[in-house]
Each structure stands twice: as structure tokens, then as C-alpha cells.
Design a protein around this ligand. Structure first.
Ligand code: GLN
Length: 537
């Protein structure tokens, strides 16, 4: 039987509920528990796969191919487990299930209502995830803010679970903001009190209150919250804004959160083993020499769109004892020409390594091709991710093989040289949601490749999220000219990795290695990419 911890947020969004839930999960795992974590998202989309990155940030892909919220990335990086599609629930999925059941006659003619039908379905998704994962503790993060209309069915379901499972099997952790008023140099607790009151209106009593603040917290604030919100003083935990998100579990631990959870849920208490994590956090906060790495994309003003890539680059940096300084390159500016292009190229030239990131659609493509050409010709280490591999292929075809009009059929359906194309079986798919090559696929590595050197394994598995493929009709010509297919899917023969063998480190991958990178165990390709970028040239 599982115990449940619900994580909710109050006052405003963006306080870091995902990081809070992930940190609690990390500590509980370090204390010897099997943990699973689930995000309950209150929007009506079935998944974030079809949402614009401006709306939603990165789409994180699980190994079983679910397109999920970026919080799943935090969960996997902090807890160091691979979660499944069961960890990602949206209101869209819940309604879809209820309406499909209604059409099937499952409800035997009853009137379908939010309570009990929607709330029952929410509870069944929660319990199913706990059961399938066989976890002793399940953390459920309820998206949005307490008080949102959309979040109400989830909170009601959580209230019912407390009632059904019993007080010592369900715990509520509530994250609030204490706003700072500069003129009077003080923190305000009233909005936090208001959000706790809103929770109580629904029938939920917070057991732990995490207080996010920027400045000047004092004992009296914590006491006031304890008194007005009806929790023990020690259960009011200060959660300051920190330099690195990886400090959060260490901070929570210093306020005995794991012990408090163990006491509430009546678990045997064991001190979490977080020494390795502490050493990592120290390194992150230290003054390491800096290394400039260019990240090339088209949502460069929105860093969340590439969250896992950023984390993978940073942790590969720490592994190599450097602090990576990220230079964001907007590929649309490069293709614009003129001053915009010159400014952007000037920035690019400061970098000792270049990552061209994933993406969809024609915008910014020509700019990325210019970047790949620059990296190839100037021996700058290049890591192309998904679209970044396809770009490297197009650039190589155009400028080395002389196939000037070469392209991906995603950008030019009429190109005479479609080096990137849709496989015949894929061409009649018109639905947008969930129709890509998603999740884990195997890849066999060539033993004489940089990739093999990095992985030290011949067979690897990586996560995918794409429609288009490298066209093997061009493989021989590519290989004869020095761009080799160093990774291949054993079942389909599809190209997974392209490497330029006449370059110090030039690797393009059709998959997304960033999803499997961990703070303490950076992904081998990112690790070797940074190692190469660090070498003097
Ligand atoms: N647009 C490309 C495709 O669908 C690349 C996708 C990606 O970078 N995730 O194949």
C-alpha cells in the first residue's frame, strides 16, 4: 500500500512546486524509500505535445513515449528514476476518459458530474500510478494555484483521498510566497494565510508549509504563519530563493522535512544519504573557470523551452570542472542578414562549443545551417540534437557533397535532394497529437566512433520525438565524404547518429540525450562534448 503526499501551491504560480516535489522525492529516496511522483495538470489539452513552447516551455519525453510537462524533467533529474506516462495527467486526459466511458455506457444511464465522476477518475489515475510503480510513497503535484477554478476537482479528489486512505497515509505540503515590501522592508504573510484558508474551505489542512521568499525572513513571520494556518512551528519551512535549484533539497533537509514526513506518515525514519549531492552543490556554488557554450535555437528569449538541454550542458560542465556560460544564439537573426546576423555571429564566435537544439518548422532553419557550416569549417565542437542532426546533414549535403538544393521535406517538399524525409509509411498521418516517433528506441554504435568512446557500449537506448528521418539513399555518399552513420536502429536501419570524422568532435543525434542526463551523472555525449570544447585549440 502506498502513502501519498500532495504538493499544492498558493498565492501565485511559478514558485517552484515542481522543484519542491522533486526535492522531497529526492530526500525520501535517499532515505531508502521507493518513490513515484505524478504531475496533475489542470489544463484541457490531452498532453503538452501540441502546445507552443511559449505557452508551456519544454516538452519532456518519458522513456515510454509520453509527451509531458517539464516538471517531469525535474523529477527525473532530482530523484534519478525513469518515470512513465502514468506520472503525467491532465484534465484533458481525465475528461477524455470520462466521456469515452460515457459513450461506452459504462455509467449505466447516470448523469455524469464533476463529483463523483471526474473526481473518481482522478483518484483512479493517482492510485493506478502508485500501484503500477509499486512505490511506498507517491508524491502528487497539483498544477496551478489554489483558488483556480481548474484546480478544484484535483483538490477535491485529494480531500477525498485523505478521507478514504486515513490521516497517516496522506499528507499535504503547501508552497506559498511571502512577498517583500521594499518601502517598509518587510515580508507579508497575509497572502499565504489567505491561500491556506482557501485550502481549508475545500477541506484540506496543510501539514507542512513551505515559505518561498527573497529577503528578510524573521522568526516572527514563521510563528505567525504557524499560528494563523494551524500548523506546528517546525512545519513552517523557510524556502529562500537560491542560486542553484540543486540547493533546495539540502535546504529542506536542514529543516528536518524528511523526519516530519516520516512522523506524519508513520514510516521508519532513516537519515537520507545526501553526501554526494552536497559535494555536487558545493561545486555548483564554487568559482570554477568559465567555458562559453553556444545554444542555438529559435526560442532563445524563453530559456524554459530548452530546460533539459541547459541542465545537461551545465552538469556536463561541472563534471569537467568548468562553469558553462551559455550564449544564446537566435538562428532567425542569423538568417535575417545585415547587422542582426553580424551581431549574432560575433556572439557565436566567442563560444568554444556549439549545440544546435531540437525544433519544428521552417523558421530559423537557414540560420542554423550557417551555424553548422561555421562549426564544421572551424573545428568547433558541435552537438546537434534531433533537428540539430538534420541541420548538419543538410549543411553537409549542400556544401560538401555539392547538392545545393538539398533540404528536409519538412521545409521544402519539392527539394531534388531530400536528405531528411518522411518514411513512406509515415506520409498519411494528419493528426498532430502523439503521432511522432516517441520514446525509447535502440541504437547500435560503430565501435570506431566518438559516440562509442563516450558511451563505452555498443548498444544504447535513447528517447525520441520527431517525424523526419535521415534518408539512407544518401548514406554512402555521406560516408565517403567523411560524415558517417555511427549509430543505427537495429530494427529499422534508421540513422540515429551522424559524425564528421574529419573534425575534432562533431556529432549529430536523432534522439534527445538531454532527457537522460542527471546532475551527478551527466550524459556521456554532453560530457565528451564539453570535454572537447574545453581542450585548447
Ligand atoms: N522537426 C524535426 C522532425 O520532426 C525535428 C524534431 C525535433 O528536433 N524534436 O523530425
Amino acid at each position: 500500500m502506498s502513502k501519498y503526499i500532495f504538493v499544492t501551491g498558493g498565492v501565485c504560480s511559478g514558485l517552484g512546486k515542481g522543484i519542491a516535489g522533486a526535492s522531497i522525492g529526492m530526500l525520501l529516496k535517499a532515505a531508502g524509500h521507493k518513490v513515484v511522483i505524478q504531475k496533475l495538470d489542470p489544463y484541457l489539452n490531452v498532453d503538452p505535445g501540441t502546445m507552443n513552447p511559449y505557452q508551456h516551455g519544454e516538452v519532456f519525453v518519458t522513456h515510454d513515449g509520453a509527451e509531458t510537462d517539464l516538471d517531469l524533467g525535474h523529477y527525473e533529474r532530482f530523484i534519478d528514476e525513469e518515470f512513465t506516462s502514468l506520472s503525467s495527467v491532465s484534465t484533458g486526459q481525465i475528461y477524455k476518459k470520462v466521456l469515452e466511458d460515457e459513450r461506452e455506457g459504462v455509467f449505466l444511464g447516470k448523469t455524469i458530474q464533476i463529483i463523483p465522476h471526474i473526481t473518481n477518475t482522478i483518484k483512479s489515475y493517482i492510485r493506478n500510478c502508485a500501484e503500477k510503480s509499486k512505490a511506498g510513497i507517491m508524491i502528487c503535484e497539483i498544477g496551478g494555484t489554489v483558488g483556480d477554478i481548474e484546480a478544484e476537482p484535483y483538490l477535491e479528489a485529494a480531500r477525498q483521498m485523505h478521507n478514504e486512505e486515513g490521516h497517516h497515509n496522506v499528507m499535504f505540503v503547501h508552497l506559498v510566497l511571502l512577498p517583500y515590501l521594499k518601502s517598509s522592508d518587510e515580508l507579508k504573510t497575509k497572502p499565504a494565510q489567505g491561500s491556506v484558508r482557501e485550502l481549508r474551505r475545500i477541506g484540506i489542512n496543510a501539514d507542512v508549509i513551505l515559505c518561498r521568499y527573497d529577503e528578510a525572513i524573521r522568526e516572527e513571520h514563521l510563528e505567525k504563519i504557524a499560528l494563523f494556518c494551524d500548523v506546528k512551528r517546525e512545519a513552517v519551512i523557510p524556502a529562500p530563493t537560491v542560486d542553484s535549484i540543486y540547493q533546495v533539497p539540502v535546504n529542506f533537509h536542514s529543516f528536518n522535512i524528511t523526519k516530519q514526513i516520516s512522523d506524519h506518515l508513520r514510516l521508519d525514519y532513516k537519515e537520507p544519504e545526501i553526501e554526494e549531492w552536497r559535494i555536487f552543490v558545493k561545486k555548483v556554488c564554487n568559482n570554477l573557470p568559465s567555458l562559453k557554450i553556444a545554444l542555438v535555437g529559435k526560442y532563445t528569449e524563453l530559456k524554459d523551452a530548452y530546460l533539459s538541454v541547459v541542465e545537461a550542458v551545465k552538469s556536463a560542465g561541472y563534471f569537467n570542472n568548468v562553469k558553462t556560460e551559455l550564449i544564446w544564439i537566435d538562428s532567425e537573426k542569423i538568417e535575417k542578414g545585415g547587422d542582426a546576423e553580424q551581431d549574432e555571429m560575433k556572439k557565436l564566435k566567442e563560444a568554444t562549443g556549439i549545440v544546435v537544439m531540437g525544433g519544428f518548422g521552417k523558421r530559423g532553419i537557414e540560420g542554423k545551417i550557417t551555424v553548422a557550416k561555421y562549426a564544421r569549417e572551424n573545428n568547433v565542437p558541435y552537438l546537434g540534437i534531433c533537428l540539430g542532426m538534420q541541420i548538419a546533414a543538410i549543411e553537409f549535403a549542400r556544401n560538401v557533397l555539392g547538392l545545393e538544393k538539398s533540404d528536409s521535406t519538412e521545409f521544402n517538399a519539392e527539394t531534388p535532394d531530400p536528405v531528411i524525409y518522411l518514411m513512406p509509411g509515415q506520409r498519411n498521418i494528419y493528426k498532430k497529437g502523439g503521432t511522432m516517433r516517441l520514446g525509447d528506441y535502440e541504437c547500435d554504435l560503430r565501435k570506431d566512433s566518438k559516440s562509442f568512446l563516450a558511451y563505452e557500449e555498443e548498444k544504447i537506448t535513447e528517447r525520441h520525438r520527431h517525424r523526419y528521418e535521415f534518408n539512407n539513399d544518401y548514406k554512402e555518399r555521406f560516408e565517403n565524404a567523411g560524415m558517417v552513420v555511427s549509430g543505427t536502429n537495429p530494427d529499422s536501419g534508421l540513422c540515429e547518429i551522424l559524425e564528421n570524422i574529419n573534425h575534432p568532435w562533431f556529432v549529430g543525434v536523432q534522439f534527445h540525450p538531454e532527457f537522460k542526463s542527471r546532475p551527478l551523472r551527466p550524459h556521456p555525449l554532453f560530457r565528451d562534448f564539453i570535454k572537447s570544447a574545453r581542450e585548447p585549440r
